[in-house]
Design a protein. Structure first.
Length: 390
């Protein structure tokens, strides 16, 4: 197997642990440290905002110094963020905790580049499988992350959950060491810069495919983030489920996000992108309907599992579409444009999640998400006559 793909998959499995930890504990700690319950989900939102703000500088670092340097810097910044998080819990200072999750978000932006690096290390016809393989590293993260959050919560005498972030820092440090073994891919550099006589859009292989790819990924992340961010707060603080029950639901959700990566690349090759894209929309709609009708423990679990699988199908389809829409010399700008838009939607959803939950309730979060999915479905139908998706 390609050595770089192995390195990226292992690094993904370790680096992605920070997501489950912040998602599970961010709202709970936010409610304890913040001055208002409406601000409870801000630490999660700041992680995502940190990802958005970091996309352009992270891409520029990689373009200037190479993928490996950028990947290692991301791990180092997240390591420092975890240590700041532990200290902020000790001194009970909410702004510092938000800064810490923002630094963790920097590495989340870097981790998103792993899938593009994977594509650069394989032939074009194997792109979807390479993306799926690297994303499958999230399966291990789905187990390790919640285990770190709950298993090491009382390890240190500096406040509950301070041990969770210190143990996460160790995991991220190991990830950084593993990334030192990554070697730069041999990308097609026959044209080093974009043609100056034409704009970026004019040079795209297919602007319509590019727009559909961004829309699919943005909706996948936006809907998933809106519902997932609100879930721990709604479960633990709203309906008094235990942290362990809440962790089980979030862990199951994250595993559902990444387990399909073991076969989604093959499904795209077998069934075609359009069918996987539509399947993602249908699964997300089913998840929202489940969340509307059943807020027992099993209802939360089923809704979040369906949400995870739907996200995987829609996001994998969107990423695969993206890699077929631009020329090699446009890859950094195209990838940055895609991720900036996608994680901008995710950040907005995370920022609004707590406010919508507090002001309008759980039901309306699902309703808003449904409207967004219907709009994407309508856009896909209208574009199908202009593009060859498969």
């Amino acid at each position: 197997m390609n050595k770089n793909l192995v390195v990226l998959t292992i690094a993904q499995s370790l680096g992605m642990c920070s997501g489950p930890v912040v998602i599970l504990l961010g709202g709970i700690l936010g409610a304890q440290l913040a001055s208002s319950s409406e601000l409870a989900t801000l630490p999660i939102a700041f992680m995502i905002v940190g990802s958005v703000l970091s996309i352009t500088p992270a891409t520029m670092i990689m373009k200037r110094f190479g993928r490996r340097v950028g990947f290692c810097i991301g791990s180092l910044v997240a390591f420092l963020g975890c240590m700041f998080a532990a200290y902020s819990i000790y001194i009970a200072y909410f702004p510092l905790f938000c800064l810490a999750t923002t630094l963790i978000g920097f590495n989340m932006a870097v981790i998103q580049q792993y899938r593009f690096a994977a594509v650069e290390n394989v032939a074009p016809e194997h792109s979807s499988r390479a993306i799926s393989l690297v994303m499958s590293g999230g399966i291990l993260a789905a187990y390790i992350g919640p285990a770190l959050a709950t298993g090491s919560q009382g390890w240190l005498d500096y406040g509950l959950y301070s041990g969770s972030f210190v143990s996460l820092a160790v995991v991220l440090g190991i990830s950084g060491v593993i990334l030192l073994f990554y070697t730069e891919g041999v990308a097609d550099e026959r044209v080093a810069v974009e043609t100056k006589s034409e704009g970026f859009w004019a040079q795209l292989l297919s602007p319509y495919v590019f727009m559909l790819a961004i829309a699919s990924s943005a909706v996948a992340f936006g809907v998933m983030s809106l519902v997932m961010t609100a879930t721990p707060v709604h479960m633990h603080l709203g309906h008094h489920f235990s942290v362990e029950d809440t962790a089980w639901v979030i862990q199951s959700h994250i595993m559902a996000m990444f387990i399909p990566s073991l076969f989604s690349g093959y499904l795209i090759s077998l069934l075609g992108l359009s069918r996987i894209l539509v399947a993602g929309i249908v699964l997300l709609l089913t998840a929202l309907l489940t969340a509307m009708t059943d807020i027992g423990l099993n209802g939360y679990w089923l809704a979040l599992v369906l949400l995870g699988v739907g996200w995987n199908f829609l996001f994998t389809a969107g990423t695969t579409l993206l890699t077929s829409s631009y020329r090699s010399e446009q890859r950094y700008r195209a990838q940055a444009t895609h991720d900036l838009t996608v994680f901008g939607f995710q950040a907005s959803a995370a920022l609004l999640s707590g406010v919508i939950l507090h002001q309008f309730g759980w039901f309306n979060i699902q309703l808003i998400s449904m409207v967004v999915l219907v709009l994407l479905a309508a856009a896909f139908v209208s574009m199908r006559t202009k593009i060859a998706v498969d």
